[in-house]
Design a protein around this ligand. Structure first.
Ligand code: ATP
Ligand code: MG
Length: 390
């Protein structure tokens, strides 16, 4: 008998966000993630989404791993289908959950019926299967309150399912339900985590990366694309907009005070990211800035970068310590790639004494000597789009 995956839907937080919209988005996202693992039937019943292989050659393990990374899923479990017969359910539970039942010391059975014509009601079915399992696994103590394992039985219209407790899912909201944002992705630890956190809240993310060839190497750019690829199983399809940034940096070095270089550069990054956002109808920018980490991450510096933005700038890791960010980076699988040695465009021409308290008027004065718009337009015209799909 075949195995399926059950997804428990996550929180429905937003008022006015109806269940239907949430469910449809979750199913659509699941469908796209599962495409490469074979033909699956996906449907929802009573806030559970069912993922059912349609053929023998589906890669079930691959599908299971993919579903663990699906935002909007609060919990998930694998279930075994069996005949709608009380003894078939006992046999399926004993075999399918055998290893877990052997290593547990207490258990309970919880039955649910969607098919109300089933001859036993939920309580009777739980009692029957519980009794039989107790005989098969005599070391198990029934415990209705804190069992080591709960054997779940679901009697549906056509078949019954047996499964253990769900494990925690990726959480959050289905990607795309909250619109789109543009995330500034460097090769560091923080910005992949920031992008992930925003995607987790239901926002689809496009990436913008600034590179400074020949000051930064093609390998540095490849590394950033690798990071973006690692995010795809979580965030879904994304586009990395790779922006040539060398000309702007050289111009800034030529005509602006050195101490302001970093903050001026960051203002250009924001302006360009905002242009990209306009092209793709994104509603926000995302950065991996964390307060106090470096000279450009002070309140004054943030005020100066925000001054060139009309879109909200989301900084999900702003209040986190490095260790907290690293913990997430490890969990989502980006850490090992982030710590590979690389040059970032931010490290090119870094001033010896960057200003930690820049003033807006001195920045504007420095920029007055520049044709800001032309510089931005030229960079935008040189953008290379790299599409990363599931
Ligand atoms: P990260 O670990 O994300 O690189 P960081 O602590 O090194 O962050 P900065 O280098 O000051 O901090 O960058 C702050 C933020 O600016 C980054 O989190 C990222 O969002 C953005 N950023 C920096 N460099 C680039 C780049 N080359 N391309 C795109 N965005 C960048
Ligand atoms: Mg960095």
């Amino acid at each position: 008998m075949k195995e399926i995956i059950l997804l428990k839907q996550g929180e429905m937080v937003l008022k006015g966000l109806n269940r239907r919209g949430f469910e449809d988005r979750l199913m659509g996202n699941a469908k796209r993630r599962l495409r490469k693992y074979g033909d699956f039937h996906i449907y929802a019943r009573q806030s559970i989404t069912y993922v059912e292989p349609r053929s023998e050659d589906c890669d079930f393990e691959g599908a299971w791993e993919a579903m663990k990374r699906l935002f909007g899923v609060a919990g998930l479990t694998r279930a075994r289908a069996c005949e709608k017969d009380k003894d078939a359910m006992v046999a399926a539970a004993a075999e399918y959950l055998g290893p877990q039942l052997r290593s547990a010391s207490s258990f309970k059975v919880e039955a649910k019926r969607a098919d109300k014509s089933f001859p036993l009601n939920s309580i009777q079915l739980s009692q029957y299967v519980g009794g039989e399992l107790h005989e098969a696994f005599p070391h198990l103590r029934p415990d209705m309150h804190h069992p080591d394992i709960t054997v779940h039985l679901e009697v549906r219209e056509e078949v019954a399912y047996v499964h253990a407790d769900p494990e925690p899912g990726a959480g959050g909201l289905p990607v795309g339900i909250g619109g789109r944002a543009v995330s500034l992705l460097s090769g560091g630890i923080d910005s992949p985590v920031a992008s992930w956190m925003i995607a987790k809240r239901g926002i689809a993310v496009d990436m913008v990366h600034f590179y400074s060839y020949p000051y930064t190497s093609p390998e540095a750019k490849e590394k950033v694309l690798d990071l973006a690829r690692l995010l795809v199983p979580w965030c879904g399809r994304t586009v990395v907009h790779v922006v040539p940034f060398t000309a702007i940096q050289e111009e800034l070095r030529r005509s602006c005070p050195e101490a302001l270089f970093t903050i001026l550069m960051r203002r250009f990054m924001m302006r360009i990211a905002q242009k990209v956002a306009g092209r793709i109808q994104a509603g926000a920018l995302v950065t991996g800035e964390s307060l106090g980490q470096v000279a450009s991450q002070t309140l004054d510096a943030m005020a100066c970068t925000n001054a060139v933005c009309t879109l909200p700038v989301l900084r999900p890791v702003v209040g986190m310590d490095k260790e907290e960010i690293v913990r997430i980076a490890r969990r989502i699988g980006t850490f090992e790639t982030s710590i590979l040695p690389y040059e970032d465009c931010c490290t090119v021409f870094t001033p010896k004494h960057p200003r930690t308290k820049p003033k807006l008027d001195e920045l504007e004065e420095a920029e007055a000597a520049l044709d800001v718009e032309a510089m931005v337009d030229q960079a935008v015209a040189g953008i290379e789009r790299v599409v990363l799909d599931l």
